[in-house]
Ligand binder design. Sequence first.
Ligand SMILES: [Zn+2]
Length: 321
Amino acid sequence: MVTLRVLSAALGRCARGPRRPQTPRAPRWVPARMCGMSACSSRFVLSQVHPMWQEPLAIPGGNRQSPIDIAVRNSIFDPHLRPLVAKYDPRTCQQIWNNGYSFLVEYDDTMDKSTLSGGPLEDRYRLCQFHFHWGENNAWGSEHTVDHRLYPAELHLVHWNADRYSLFEEAVMEENGLAVIGVFLKVGKRHEGLQKLVDALPAVRHRDSMVEFTKFDPSCLLPSNMEEYWTYAGSLTTPPLTEAVCWIILKQPIEVSHDQLAVFRSLLFTSAEEEVQKSMVNNFRSQQPLKGRTVRSSFSPFLPQTPPAEGASSGADRTEA
Ligand SMILES: [Zn+2]
């Protein structure tokens, strides 16, 4: 049961367990402790460990685990990296599901209707779901960092390789099975595109709740600059942690308001039946060692930066060295 729950939390709709709330398990929260992971920010104390991380992991960590810190000066400019081609059909959007760790916006992936190709990818990948990771406040929350800079949240758009595999469950076990776009969120003005999603979130406050959610175009959550990204070979950041992911981390963050993030934080890890309700915050994995991997960039960090697009964020939030 536990393994199934953990797996379904990671895989979303593709390997979902029962949708109705299951027999509540006694919450097993542990006392506050320091994060012991080497790359974990020293500014951060994990106040509580989500039960998902207390279970024995089905697949022990290997040599390409995620997330990581992106050291800009150590990334290698690869002029052969092409522009990303994201073609999303809002009609494939189906529902929002609180899986007890994040909320997943899930897409119909039975056909090549919402796809990602180009960039570092040789094949075409289908959008399966997107979700976020965030902190209990605006000082942390992202899984990846750039030169150790933390963002308050990070969006993950999860795609699987439909050219080589017929099911998500197959792709998730293969080294070229998944492609995930990571987008950093920073606090600023309200994000109009995100608001439709934020308005729907109170309906999925508790774990295992699900609500129909349609016609949402995930393109609206992508920054204007899609040309500049880092890419590296990594893993899922939730169990089963399989080393199946080609990560594509966009350099330009999107801007959302503090109030929009506050709605994320109003969600709950716990189901309606549980006596002690736990806020859904700090739902990110600690950082993992690079272990000799190369992070490639689609841009040279040593060339003059292109001027920010109209409406882009202020200079205070730039991360270039
Ligand atoms: Zn994620």
